[in-house]
Ligand binder design. Sequence first.
Ligand code: CO
Length: 274
Amino acid sequence: MIDRLHHVAVVVKDADAALKFYRDVMGLQVTADAVLEDQGVRGVLLACGENEIELIQPTRDDTGVARYLASKGETLHHICFRTDDIDAELARLKSLDVQLVDETPRTGLAGRIAFIHPKAMHGVLVELAQPPADAHASDAKGFDHMAAMVADLPTASATWKRTLGLDVTNDIDIPARQMGIAQVPVGQMIVELIYPKAPESPIAERIAQNGEGMGTSVAFEVQDIDAEIARYRAAGYTLPDAATGPLPVSVTSTISADQAFGLGIQLIQFGRAS
Ligand code: CO
């Protein structure tokens, strides 16, 4: 059974450079840092409450991850869900004829892992991980939410239910953007399935250009967004003033993905209108 988002992975050119942001400025703690020779990557995990951020730096040019970095630049690579029994998950997925990258589990940074093919998940590359018993774990809230763009909600929500066992529990209409935000809770965070409600919706145009798939930012709930903005500005980052976001009664500001090594860091404060 899948019970939480384990990590979001970003492919980076230089993990040490990225750590200067994630570890030194954001203040996240490194829980693993290893070179996986067989995969040609250095992987670093940073704890973020119950979730983690994984930095993947190619150490050779002849791997899929290196080609991904060469063609797309530093950006989100995959998301990983935690399971307590990866063998049972894979058996279940095979019985459903879900297209897999790994038919059997292999050893990764997060434990025994396997990837589901992005074609089976509306363009999202999904890893499943069964961490070892002594792995870092926390019950604190980590991410607030992340978004996946999907063309059609009924199809996508059925896929998320069937493949990962996760349910849409709430569907928010955003008329100003001609879109809906369907919320899929997992642990204390929410995966948003963002879908167009009209052909001319900006989300429809984005999907027509780039296909379905994950957005490239992660939202973190903060208690005092102005103080956080001031803190990041003092560290040399450029952020807009807090402004009303798409979610009701909230204000947001974002450290852009190009400043944060491929992952946009959205700050969100609830209970406040701008
Ligand atoms: Co991973």
